[in-house]
Design a protein around this ligand. Structure first.
Ligand code: AMP
Ligand code: MG
Length: 333
């Protein structure tokens, strides 16, 4: 796959040399990673073709369901020799999991399956089963030797929380060798903002209203970077009048139910933005604020079900609330 990326980059470079910069944006949408991706690229008309291929390849490499994928082979054989992309993302996920401890763990996959989020056969498992599942969520037990990854018994990996962030990083690497001055690529909720817009204005990113995801409750004005959002509204089911979402607390194997509605993270690192949008969702606003005090290389926007909007200090002044939303905006130092 890394080889494939090199070929794509060379292709991109050749095309770049024959393309001419303009203020006109080319737009394209397609499906990959179970989502619709939307590409808007300025002054460069070939990048979407290349990225469409890249997203398709990453999708097949990182998917848990595609029998040809590296992750499928690993999960079904317990051990596998992996290609460069799957290996790089597993290593990165394990190191993020070591840092984020109980909040982010790629070995939640068996629990994600048990709740029916993969098959669509949703149900609430009994407490005994949940305890068994929680006992097997522990990324510290995954072993990596050279290019071989080995999982403990009854453990499986899911890179769903970081795959789009990884794709965003790969896309940015490809754009850097092109002459495209600017790109706004929505990789299904994870947004890559690259370069500078031809009219000199900053980027403006809408944050989805969890109650009506087609609308935005506000806008973040920012420079280049990667914006990732996690929300319970993206995938959930209801049983007995209660909503069960697809983001799980690794310590209990249960869907998070802590009053968080959505988490948006902005940083210069796609995998970090994506991992943190999931992890801060599990943490909740107070612990997320504490965590940010330990590192300042990201900013967040957290909406909770009591209509509070927590914004870290780095972006507080760059966020504007849409009229009609009366959220209390709280600046987190
Ligand atoms: P995201 O939409 O980026 O928040 O990713 C959510 C997806 O990551 C879920 O659909 C699961 O496949 C997986 N997942 C759920 N909870 C966790 C967690 N606590 N840590 C890591 N991955 C998770
Ligand atoms: Mg994520």
């Amino acid at each position: 796959m890394k080889k494939l990326l090199c070929i794509l980059l060379t292709f991109l470079l050749i095309l770049t040399l024959s393309s001419c910069a303009s203020d006109k944006a080319e737009e394209r949408s397609f499906e990959a990673m179970d989502t619709v991706m939307h590409f808007k690229t300025y002054g460069y008309s070939y990048a979407p073709d290349v990225m469409e291929k890249l997203a398709g390849v990453l999708d097949s490499l990182l998917s848990t369901e595609d029998e040809e994928s590296d992750i499928y082979r690993l999960n079904h054989n317990g051990s596998a020799n992996l290609g460069a992309d799957a290996l790089a993302l597993i290593k990165r996920s394990l190191s993020l999991s070591a840092d984020l401890k109980a909040y982010f763990d790629p070995t939640v996959y068996p629990a994600v399956c048990e709740w029916g989020f993969i098959s669509g056969d949703h149900h609430v498992p009994d407490e005994k089963r949940l305890k068994e599942l929680a006992a097997h969520i522990d990324s510290a037990k995954v072993k990596v030797v050279g290019t071989t990854v080995t999982l403990p018994k009854d453990t499986a990996i899911d890179l769903g929380a970081v795959a789009k962030g990884y794709l965003a990083d790969e896309c940015r690497n490809a754009l850097e060798v092109s002459e495209a001055p600017c790109a706004i690529w929505n990789l299904g909720g994870t947004i890559l903002l690259y370069g500078k817009k031809p009219d000199g204005t900053d980027f403006k990113v809408g944050v989805a209203d969890p109650e009506n995801p087609a609308s935005y409750f506000g806008y973040l004005t920012c420079g280049e970077g990667i914006v990732a959002t996690s929300g319970g509204y993206e995938r959930y089911f209801e049983e007995g009048g209660k909503r069960y979402i697809h983001i799980l607390d690794p310590t209990t194997a249960k869907p998070v139910d802590n009053g968080t509605l959505s988490v948006t993270v902005f940083s210069q690192d796609g995998v970090l933005s994506d991992a943190l949008s999931t992890a801060l969702f599990v943490m909740g606003a107070d612990k997320a604020a504490e965590y940010r005090r330990t590192r300042k290389d990201f900013d967040f926007i957290i909406l909770t079900d009591d209509n509070k909007l927590y914004l870290s200090e780095g972006i507080y002044d760059d966020f504007s609330l849409e009229s009609g939303y009366d959220y209390e905006m709280i600046k987190v130092q």
